[in-house]
Design a protein around this ligand. Structure first.
Ligand SMILES: Nc1ncnc2c1ncn2[C@@H]1O[C@H](COP(=O)(O)OP(=O)(O)O)[C@@H](O)[C@H]1O
Ligand SMILES: [Mg+2]
Length: 252
């Protein structure tokens, strides 16, 4: 379980100091998929970077399975099993795709890196020997980075707008990959996304705006489906919409 307690983040911007995150409180349980969404500039990537240790919180605590990790740096947090796939991944020049994935997988020799590339919609034969250089498109780079996070058996995996630069075809396999990752390991998955398909994977949707948690809700509620059913429902029992079905007590 990962907890953020009263996390505040102040960063030095072009116009001086700015409060980016305001009193964030979140509890992220093991084995759950969370989707963080909300307007651009709301603070989603900053929350992910604060969890990863890229931005140390100005105040507040980050607690992983009862251990306060607020003061730890990126490397130590990575060692504890936290991984972050950047919204705009950096290019690690001069490293081959297969070496980057092997490095990420560590001693896990059972891991098939060809399968990993397949999961993110890349044909492994074309990519294994390629160096990650300027010839990589943004979409290709992003997929290799997602694969490198999938290679690690993480406690907390953060994916920042994984859909960017990915075609619809690969997107379908990527959503299945997230579900498999969730089923196989106890990984807490946090996906920052605006995509309906990804929102539907979530156990909980966390809406972030103005540096604050605005709402924690279900995908159905977020997508406006309950409201729609309630307005369709004539029995006035306050029916909720669970797994696509109307409550049993509904006598509409
Ligand atoms: N390193 C930084 N220095 C100064 N301001 C930043 C930095 N990173 C993000 N911000 C600002 O923090 C706010 C939230 O950004 P971000 O977390 O990227 O939002 P989101 O991912 O929801 O689009 C924005 O106003 C952005 O300009
Ligand atoms: Mg962002």
């Amino acid at each position: 379980m990962l907890q953020l307690k009263n996390v505040n983040l102040i960063l030095e911007g072009e116009q001086g100091k700015k409060q980016i995150l305001k009193d964030i409180n979140l509890t992220l349980e093991d084995k759950r998929i969370y989707v963080m969404t909300g307007p651009n500039g709301g603070g989603k990537s900053s929350i992910a970077k604060t969890i990863m240790g890229i931005y140390p919180p100005t105040s507040g605590q980050i607690i992983l399975n009862g251990e306060d990790i607020s003061a730890l740096g990126v490397t130590e947090r990575a060692r504890l099993g936290i991984g972050y796939a950047f919204q705009q991944p950096p290019r690690f020049k001069g490293i081959k795709v297969k070496d980057m994935l092997k490095l990420a997988a560590g001693e896990d020799s059972n891991l098939n890196i060809c399968d990993l590339l397949y999961d993110v919609g890349l044909c492994s034969q074309d990519y294994l020997e390629r160096e990650i250089d300027a010839s990589f498109s943004g979409g290709e780079l992003k997929r290799v980075e997602i694969a490198s996070i999938l290679a690690r058996k993480l406690k907390v995996a953060l994916f920042d707008e994984p859909e960017a630069g990915i075609d619809l075809w690969s997107f379908q396999s990527l959503t299945e990959t997230f579900e498999n990752l969730n089923r196989k390991y106890n990984t807490t998955i946090v996906i920052i996304s605006h995509q309906e398909r990804i929102l539907r994977l979530a156990h909980q949707v966390i809406v972030i705006a103005d540096g604050m948690v605005k709402e924690i809700t279900t995908p159905h509620k977020f997508l406006g489906e309950i409201e729609k059913m309630e307005s369709d429902c004539l029995c006035k029992n306050n029916c909720t919409f669970i797994g696509g079905k109307i409550d049993a007590q509904c006598d509409r």
